[in-house]
Design a protein around this ligand. Structure first.
Ligand SMILES: [Zn+2]
Length: 412
């Protein structure tokens, strides 16, 4: 919500002009995050005039880097979708289609295969789409600095590095800024249905979604999808000396890499973790850890360079529930703690007022271990359990609070 002069950013720019040989263009990252998350763009709601404005900005960055357009109309790849937060799935067919816009650019190294680097640029707009976690979201600007101006800035920084390093990798690169992610991975799903390049020529996909909140003391970085290729984990381990990495093998998760995984493409998703500003108007640029983001991008550059000497990666299916194709009919109104240790339940990082969990007396810090008769060992179990319920259903939720176990009634 705040329009601030971006002091920490300006200081960083000063420091970095002195270190021009760096691989990661920090001034560019600060500029991109600051602009995309400014009030001027009204939270970049999918299909809005503000989304178009952000798309134009991203296309201009691609053009300045002399990258080839790879959309349907220049850099733009428009797709139709039907969405209304207040209308149930079954009657969505009658809605008037809207248009969302992905933005794509290509670095042609005349190679056989291509690496996709993606980040969604849409966010919750003015809180009208039903995906805000603010208690009264309507007409508040959801700036989405971490989610996901940070990822777009990272994607553009990698594009900058890869197009100016004077080196021809053994892969081409396709950079995609997705829209419609917040409404259910719409832009990435649509692109994977009618892609600009053959899917079987994609070596692997890197997704940057929320990489701006590295905790300076824990240095915890979450990397999803490591099980989708047999080379990912060893390559990351080999190149990492800075982060405390929490690995997740699953190719399915709550972001755009899922769309690629479901097309049998190895994927990696980088994520600095949940926070209390998630999907709220307070996800602002002054809370971004730019130094942390720089470290993440350095690691990704090392990974790309390291994997470049290898053949096209072999794809592995991972053990996971099929969340990518499920659209949930109900919500509890909680924010899962994705960094919580698996197999102990699903820890709640935040509770939205007025939603079923809050009404049932659930609090931040509670660990869900059972929903109805479904045992919940982790976030995936929870998602799967949620898929069994319809709006209006009554059931019980069993939680651990400290050393106590409590069961509460809940209605969706
Ligand atoms: Zn996101």
């Amino acid at each position: 919500m705040i329009k601030k002069i971006f002091l920490s950013g300006l200081i960083l720019v000063g420091i970095l002009t002195a270190k021009a040989q760096q691989r990661v263009p920090m001034d560019q990252i600060v500029r991109v995050v600051s602009y995309l998350s400014s009030d001027e763009l009204n939270g970049r709601g999918t299909g809005s005039a503000d989304e178009r404005k952000a798309a134009k900005f991203i296309a201009a960055q691609f053009e300045a880097m002399h990258l080839k357009p790879k959309g349907r109309k220049g850099y733009f790849y428009d797709f139709t979708y039907k969405y209304d937060a207040n209308i149930h799935d079954t009657i969505k067919a009658n809605l008037k289609p809207k248009i969302g816009r992905n933005v794509l650019a290509y670095l042609d190294n005349e190679a056989e295969n291509t690496i996709v680097i993606g980040a969604h640029y849409d966010h919750c707009g003015l809180g009208l789409d039903g995906n805000s976690l603010d208690a009264n979201p309507k007409e508040k600007i959801h700036n989405g600095a971490d989610d996901n101006a940070s990822g777009v800035a990272g994607m553009l920084a990698l594009a900058h590095y890869l197009s100016t390093n004077g080196f021809k990798e053994k892969n081409n690169f396709l950079f995609i800024a997705f829209s419609g992610e917040e409404l259910g991975l719409l832009g990435s799903k649509k692109w994977c249905e009618t892609p600009s390049i053959p899917l079987n020529k994609i070596n692997y996909m890197i997704n940057l979604d929320m990489i701006g909140r590295l905790n300076e003391s824990t240095k915890k970085l979450l990397v999803y999808g490591v099980g989708t290729s047999d080379h990912f984990k060893e390559t990351i381990e080999k190149n990492n000396s800075y982060f405390s990495i929490k690995y997740d093998s699953a190719g399915v998760g709550p972001s755009d890499h899922t769309s690629f995984y479901l097309k049998d493409i190895p994927v990696l998703h980088f994520f600095t973790g949940q926070h209390s500003d998630y999907h709220k108007p307070t996800d602002d640029a002054d809370k971004i850890n730019f130094k942390g983001e720089e470290k993440i991008l350095e690691l990704i550059i090392d990974i790309i360079n390291d994997l470049d000497s290898k053949q096209k990666l072999h794809f592995y299916k991972t053990k996971s529930v099929d969340m990518g194709t499920t659209s949930f009919k109900v919500t509890m109104g909680v924010m899962p703690d994705y960094a919580f240790d698996e197999s102990l339940g699903m820890r709640i990082d935040g509770v939205t007022d007025g939603k079923p969990a809050a009404n049932a007396g659930i609090q931040k810090g509670d660990i869900v271990i059972k929903l109805g008769t479904y045992k919940v060992d982790n976030v995936q179990d929870y998602m799967k359990a949620l898929g069994h319920f319809n709006k209006g259903d009554k059931t019980t939720v069993t939680i651990k609070r400290g050393s106590n176990i409590k069961t509460a009634n809940i209605q969706f």
